[in-house]
Design a protein around this ligand. Structure first.
Ligand code: HEC
Ligand code: HEC
Ligand code: HEC
Ligand code: HEC
Ligand code: HEC
Length: 180
């Protein structure tokens, strides 16, 4: 006669329990990780002025419409505007920009929004589906440099995916969509 294992020792029960523990831990770790304070940036870049002046997000972060990475503007892109904005001489922050331009160097911005290595996020499908930048990054008209937003973990991704059309849920909740 075939021996049956007690239910708590069956492989699928153990695998599922293991995953649940990992997901809970992951949530906690992700939460702590992303609650970090605003990093010190090399230039106190004012999003509020630029977004308020009507410059589109995609002018400075164009990659978001084509692929995974939104990207940051080059020193040359800043200078394209700022060599014409007269305030350069009186603003200490713009003096720092001038110094990078003269050295021909990129500005070493510190990353703010980062998912762990094993998560594959992609901007393109979100932008294509019409999800606004501020849904995930907050109102940039109210901040200078970007501010981290706590608890953007797996539960956050999945709770929005769960609000999409029901027939998409199988695809949008598949582990291999975000982990591969
Ligand atoms: C929509 C995207 C998405 C899908 C689908 C998804 N995950 Fe995740 N997962 C994440 C993100 C983002 C994190 C990192 C943040 C966190 O820890 O919650 C994560 C973290 C994890 C972790 C934590 C790892 C650690 O070391 O902290 C595990 C385990 C995990 N996922 C397993 C799964 C399994 C199993 C499935 C399928 C049932 C799945 N994920 C589906 C986005 C996703
Ligand atoms: C499309 C044009 C444009 C681009 C590109 C641009 N800026 Fe600006 N920037 C402006 C305008 C307009 C203002 C507001 C000027 C004013 O005070 O009236 C401004 C203001 C600023 C200020 C505030 C100056 C002060 O002290 O009053 C800083 C600092 C600055 N920009 C840095 C940058 C950096 C760094 C980059 C590149 C990452 C950049 N800008 C790219 C147009 C631009
Ligand atoms: C569905 C949520 C979501 C939307 C919508 C979204 N982002 Fe993001 N963004 C993220 C996540 C998650 C990360 C971290 C990605 C990583 O670490 O792999 C990120 C990272 C970034 C970064 C830094 C890394 C990079 O990709 O260059 C920039 C800049 C950025 N986003 C700009 C934008 C802009 C601009 C828009 C609108 C056009 C936008 N995002 C829309 C979730 C979103
Ligand atoms: C004039 C150029 C410019 C415009 C316009 C602009 N940004 Fe940025 N953005 C930057 C620069 C420079 C940084 C790096 C400094 C920082 O982290 O704030 C940055 C950083 C970010 C980051 C964090 C990147 C990271 O490494 O995690 C996000 C998210 C972001 N921007 C979203 C937006 C959104 C959303 C808009 C439109 C509402 C926008 N930006 C408009 C220049 C711009
Ligand atoms: C505010 C809502 C929202 C949040 C938050 C969100 N997503 Fe999405 N996601 C969407 C929408 C809408 C789509 C496009 C669905 C479709 O195909 O119509 C999508 C699609 C995707 C796709 C591509 C699906 C495909 O078939 O190619 C991936 C990968 C993805 N999301 C990963 C993530 C990850 C990882 C996170 C968290 C870090 C996240 N998403 C957070 C709304 C969201």
């Amino acid at each position: 006669m075939k021996k049956t294992l007690p239910w708590w020792l069956r492989p699928w029960v153990r695998v599922t329990a293991g995953l649940i523990v990992l997901i809970l831990l992951g949530g906690a770790v992700g939460g702590i990780y992303l609650t970090q304070t605003v990093p010190q940036q090399p230039i106190q870049f004012p999003h509020n002025f630029h977004v308020g002046a009507g410059i589109p997000c995609l002018y400075c972060h164009p990659g978001a419409q084509w692929g995974p990475v939104a990207g940051l503007p080059s020193t040359q892109k800043c200078w394209g505007c700022h060599q014409q904005v007269a305030k350069t001489k009186t603003s200490p922050e713009l003096q720092k920009l001038v110094a990078y331009v003269e050295k021909g160097e990129g500005i070493p911005w510190v990353p703010v929004f980062i998912q762990p290595e094993f998560v594959h996020f992609n901007h393109r499908p979100h932008v294509a589906a019409g999800v606004a930048c501020e849904t995930c990054h907050g109102d940039m008209k109210k901040v200078t440099v970007a501010q981290p937003i706590p608890r953007q973990n797996m539960g956050w991704c999945l709770s929005c995916h769960a609000k999409q059309a029901p027939e998409k849920w199988t695809r949008l909740s598949d582990c291999s969509l975000c982990h591969y």
